[in-house]
Design a binder for this molecule. Structure first.
Ligand SMILES: [Zn+2]
Ligand SMILES: [Zn+2]
Length: 261
């Protein structure tokens, strides 16, 4: 006999699945898989299924971060919000440039202007202020702190964490980091290599385009909404446009603290 399934529940965490390769389509891909953690009684349960097979409340919870655009053609994701635009990519491609008045062009928001690709370099040069000194200082401080840690490769780091957490299977937040850093009972995971940290230690001396590039290593990480610009370009050797900085700027994060033992 089939167990009666709950009509509502709580989505605790999205863990992955190919659904998230393309979550912005107007009609969600019902055959794509989703892996997530939901509340179950006092504990939690990991669910892995095709999107179309999930209960309605869970489908809605998964789609909540991707609301429909006002144009009704596509959903809006973090990538559309990152520069403060907030509508879908189809709308973005049909805007008018505030600088050259070109119509139906793809725009980026720079300052409070909508700027087309032709004008973007010029506007960035003219209006780009240096990053606030707290941000610059924080990036250097964090780089130094991580460089003062013991360094572990991805495999070594995961073995150490398995021992500390006494689990053969690490929770998703702790596994799969490219680099681990350990000091005084704290373990951090990071997408940034020691070589990258040595460069970031000199962040305050950089300016202009090099500083923007280094800032993108930090701000566009492997976390939610990020493409992991550093890994894509520096490790995998792909060519990618430098992503815009988050707007508003938040505290930079060079690594995630995983355990404090
Ligand atoms: Zn739209
Ligand atoms: Zn323009």
């Amino acid at each position: 006999m089939a167990r009666k399934k709950p009509e509502s529940g709580k989505l605790l965490r999205v863990l992955g699945g190919d659904f998230f390769d393309n979550p912005l389509a107007l009609s969600p891909d019902r055959r794509a898989t989703v892996r997530c953690e939901i509340e179950r009684g006092a504990g939690s349960e990991v669910v892995e299924a095709k999107f179309g097979k999930l209960q309605t409340w869970l489908q809605e919870a998964i789609l909540a971060p991707y609301p429909l655009c006002a144009c009704g053609r596509r959903r809006v994701g973090d990538i559309d919000r990152r520069d403060g635009y907030g509508r879908c990519v189809l709308c973005r491609n049909e805007e008018t440039c505030d600088v050259c008045d070109d119509q139906r062009v793809r725009i980026a928001i720079i300052g409070d202007q909508r700027v087309c690709p032709v004008c973007v370099t010029r506007v960035q040069k003219d209006t780009q202020p240096g990053l606030p000194s707290e941000i610059v200082g924080s990036i250097r401080r964090q780089a130094r702190e991580l460089l003062a840690c013991a360094y572990l490769t991805s495999e070594q780091g995961m073995v150490v964490l398995q021992a500390i957490l006494r689990k053969s299977r690490l929770p998703a937040y702790a596994s799969g980091w490219a680099h681990y850093y350990v000091r005084e009972g704290v373990v951090w995971g990071s997408h940034l290599s020691p070589g990258a940290l040595q460069i970031l230690e000199h962040f305050p001396e950089a300016a202009g385009d090099p500083q923007r590039l280094m800032a993108a290593w930090v701000f566009d990480g492997p976390w939610r909404g990020g493409q992991d610009f550093f890994t894509q370009t520096q490790v995998m050797g792909r060519s990618r446009p430098v992503p815009p900085l988050p707007n508003p700027l938040h505290e930079p994060q060079l690594a995630a603290q995983l355990v404090n033992f």
